[in-house]
Design a protein around this ligand. Structure first.
Ligand code: 5AD
Length: 342
């Protein structure tokens, strides 16, 4: 099959769902090639590095898939101090990073004031760096405070755009409407915004994935995080099968084709499930990697899913090896801020 990108961009939900169904086992090589060449046209062969700092594994939410959900009593909880976070940034900066991603569960201890205080301290010490936050759903005023403190970007995966499927993945107190409202608010406030999904989450079909693509087209985010669902042993979804690598690759390629300018990570989950996951992701149009800068002693506590990589090439200490692999795959590791190219 050889579908032009123009046709793909005009597809409705039914057509996208059919294409996803047909290609989930083995994505069309022409389609991957089209995704790559679109990425090359916009960003060249650069792969941008982001330093990930997992600031807290406390979470008030109880998402059925996530290892740090509120009801998981097996996790020992931690939160980093401002000094620890700044120290991670110092280490990262000396390694060459110019983006720091502060990610955490929805931890009420991290009030707007505390987060703003950390963000302004980072921006003051590292004015040449971008700060990305990934701290979940907040009120618009709180997002505004982050922005005023200097935060540049915000990651909030929508997880699934379909209300019924969203309810299947989350307890009743959460809703896709609120999640979407947050994403629109973040856009209004001028953040570079990231949305995204898990591929192969329980109950998901090609129809849901098609809906996700249409939602992404409507939102026009600057970043899209896509990784396979991987079960975690202490969650209600412990016995569910993991998402598939080819289907994840297909979703990456389709996202690149529908949103040519998007910054698209080859995610940790993809690297966890497949040793060649990152390379496969880049060959489907991905152009970002996010090595872990968290203090080594807390890394195994931020376990969203079983087997999550946090050492080796996934870690700041494995940077040389990761850089080598990216070069070997024919890409250029890039440590600049790597902002969205409009
Ligand atoms: N498998 C894969 N990804 C997961 N996430 C959370 N739990 C899992 C899991 N079991 C993803 C969610 C979240 C992001 C930080 O990690 O998509 O938005």
């Amino acid at each position: 099959m050889n579908i032009t990108t123009q046709i793909l961009r005009g597809m409705d939900q039914q057509q996208l769902a059919q294409l996803i169904e047909e290609q989930s086992i083995s994505p069309d090589l022409e389609l991957l090639k089209a995704a790559r060449s679109i990425r090359d046209d916009v960003y060249g062969r650069k792969v941008y590095f982001r330093g990930l700092i997992e600031i807290s594994n406390y979470c008030k939410n109880n998402c059925y898939y996530c290892g740090i959900r509120r009801d998981n009593r097996q996790v020992s909880r931690y939160r980093l101090t401002k000094e620890q976070i700044l120290h991670c940034c110092q280490v990262g900066h000396s390694l060459g990073f110019h983006t720091f991603v502060l990610q955490g569960g929805e931890d009420p201890w991290f009030t707007a004031k505390r987060v703003a205080d950390v963000v302004s301290a980072i921006k003051k010490e590292f004015p040449d760096c971008a700060v990305t936050l990934s701290l979940g759903e907040k009120e618009e005023d709180e997002y505004r405070a982050y922005r005023e403190a200097g935060a540049d970007r915000y990651l909030l995966r929508h997880e699934t755009a379909t209300p019924a499927h969203y309810r299947h993945l989350h307890p009743a107190e959460m809703s896709i409407d609120h999640r979407k409202q947050c994403l629109w608010a973040l856009k209004r406030l001028g953040f570079q915004v990231g949305a995204g999904v898990m591929v192969g989450s329980p109950g998901q079909t090609a129809k849901e994935l098609a809906q996700d693509l249409l939602f992404l087209k409507e939102l026009e985010p600057h970043m899209v995080g896509i990784g396979p669902f991987i079960p975690h042993k202490d969650t209600p979804f412990r016995d569910e099968p993991a998402g598939s690598i080819p289907q994840t690759i297909l979703m990456l390629a389709l996202t690149r084709i529908l949103l040519p300018h998007v910054l698209l990570p080859a995610t940790t989950a993809l690297g966890t499930l497949d040793p060649m996951g990152r390379e496969k992701g880049m060959d489907a149009g991905a152009n970002v990697v996010m090595p872990n800068l968290s203090p080594t002693d807390v890394r195994q506590l931020y376990t969203l899913y079983d087997g999550k990589l946090s050492t080796g090439e996934e870690a700041a200490e494995g940077l040389k090896a990761l850089t080598q692999r990216i070069l070997a795959a024919g890409y250029q590791p890039d440590f600049s801020r790597g902002d969205y190219k409009a």
